[in-house]
Design a protein around this ligand. Structure first.
Ligand SMILES: *Cc1c(COP(=O)(O)O)cnc(C)c1O
Length: 473
């Protein structure tokens, strides 16, 4: 096919195109009228975006204890480093020779994540946690196909799991089998034993799980699974609880994803971009997506040569800017990653102990980096968990995650992270206790919230059915 640059060449050797689009594009694809975009000055556009950003809530504005999401502070030096010209002006199609710096960074990040997870090989390609799960499940599938065990069609998922776990396994064609949690909020070993047969490909687990509770029987579970010829997948979304203290390899897992945008402090929310690197044990190395970054003969290279690769799961090499931020964070923290986890766990236990009198705590266990309250008592008094969440906004706190995990009624899942000071935690405690009192005394008033936010109480059904998406009211 002729390229548009073949017509003539400018003085600097760069192609100059002189034809009309009609020379190259089929007629039916050409637009004839005006496109009808709003005609706006730069100032109009700036005001629009400034207004939107003022309406937004972010960790720089206030406490953001959104459980399972690890909304820790994102150090601004990461932004500075990710915006260095050598990184931002690099094209993904440049040669290995021309990209040594970027490849070195990716290689060293792979090495760091190997140390942190205990895994033997890493791919940086997946763009998020859920994408890592999909990648992991594709590896599980191909692994058993290669072994000639096509009967392994089941994936076991605990009833406390994040919804993306069963969804990712299902997308790969697996049948989902749910395993119950016991009274301590952990996988019920006896129930698990009953589910095990030769059709089970894998179990997907989160540890600590979504209740913020460490699965004490994880070693027994990994032994049972491996004796059954099955694999173990580790959802690393809660890794902020255990960095440097233990790792999924020690627990017996075979495949792991990390959410760099959670644990490793890159910004998230609003849908991305994120990064969900996947680590695997030695026996699954050849199944990773290509390319992986290798170091051969003193040079960093993209290696496409893996014997059983599942192929590519994303264009090029993943969200490179996110990788730069995460690598910067890891280098800056060093061994202090361990302290970050310790502080995250301490902060969560502090809040749990202070709040458990005023709200129900269905699983009264020592927690890791997060814990789950139930708003059941308040629900009976006339304000559901959704009402509590909206009231919190009037006190400049982002609501916790609500109605998840599904095994807790009226769930309020609270994750303070290590970033917050005791003053901020004490203020949150005061606010939560105050809301519990307000609900006892005057639930009607609480139901009017939020009243101090740029968008007040909305009709949720109407907002979902008839979203107002125009540029200006
Ligand atoms: C956030 C999360 C996921 C999904 O990760 P994304 O990066 O949002 O795709 C999966 N499992 C758990 C437990 C999570 O908290």
């Amino acid at each position: 096919m002729k390229t548009i640059f073949e017509k003539s060449t400018g003085a600097d050797g760069i192609g100059v195109w002189e034809g009309s689009l009609g020379d190259f594009l089929p007629k039916e694809l050409l637009r004839e009228g005006k496109i009808g975009l709003p005609q706006l000055s730069e100032l109009d556009v700036m005001r629009h975006y400034k207004e939107l950003s003022d309406k937004n809530f972010c960790v720089e504005k206030g406490f953001y204890p959104l459980g399972s999401c690890t909304m820790k502070y994102n150090p601004k030096v990461n932004e500075l480093l990710a915006s260095l010209e050598g990184f931002t002006n690099l094209h993904p199609l440049q040669t290995d020779e021309e990209s040594q710096g970027a490849l070195e960074l990716m290689y060293k990040l792979q090495e760091a994540l190997k140390k942190i997870t205990g895994m033997d090989a890493i791919t940086l390609q997946p763009a998020a946690g859920a994408h890592g799960e999909l990648t992991g499940m594709m590896i599980v599938k191909k692994y058993f196909e290669t072994k000639g065990e096509k009967n392994r069609k089941k994936v076991i998922v605990p009833d406390s799991a994040h919804g993306t776990n069963p969804a990712s396994a299902k997308m790969c064609g697996f049948d989902i089998v749910e395993v119950k949690s016991n009274a301590k909020g952990q996988v019920d070993i006896e129930a698990l034993k009953e589910l095990l047969d030769k059709d089970v490909a894998a179990i997907m687990m989160t540890n600590p799980n979504t209740l913020g509770i460490f699965e004490e029987n994880v070693l027994e579970i990994s032994k049972l699974m491996h004796e059954n010829g099955s694999l173990l997948y580790y959802d690393g979304a809660n890794f902020n609880a255990v960095m440097g203290w233990t790792n999924p390899a020690l627990m017996g897992f075979d495949i792991v994803h990390l959410n760099l945008h959670k644990t490793f402090s890159t910004p998230h929310g609003g849908g991305g971009p994120g990064a969900g690197p996947v680590g695997v044990v030695e026996s699954l190395k050849e199944f990773l997506p290509v390319p992986v970054i290798d170091y051969v003969g003193g040079k960093y290279v993209r290696n496409y040569n893996l014997s059983h690769s599942i192929g590519k799961v994303r264009s090029f090499y993943g969200n490179f800017g996110v990788l730069v931020r995460a690598y910067a964070y890891i280098l800056m923290m060093g061994n202090n990653l361990k302290l970050a986890s310790a502080d995250a766990v301490l902060n969560a236990n502090y809040l749990k102990e202070k709040l458990k009198g005023a709200y129900d705590l269905p699983y009264d266990e020592p927690c890791m980096h997060e814990f789950v309250l139930s708003g059941e008592r308040q629900h009976h008094q006339g304000v559901s968990t959704l009402g509590i969440a909206k009231r919190l906004m009037d006190y400049n706190c982002h609501p916790p995650t609500v109605y998840f995990p599904l095994i807790v009624h009226e769930a309020l899942m609270i994750e303070p992270t290590e970033s917050e000071s005791k003053e901020v935690l004490d203020n949150f405690i005061e606010v939560m206790l105050k809301i519990a009192r307000e609900i006892e005394e005057n639930p009607e008033e609480v139901l009017k919230s939020p009243q101090t936010t740029p968008v007040k109480k909305i009709d949720e059904t109407l907002a979902a059915r008839h979203p107002d998406l125009v540029f200006k009211e």
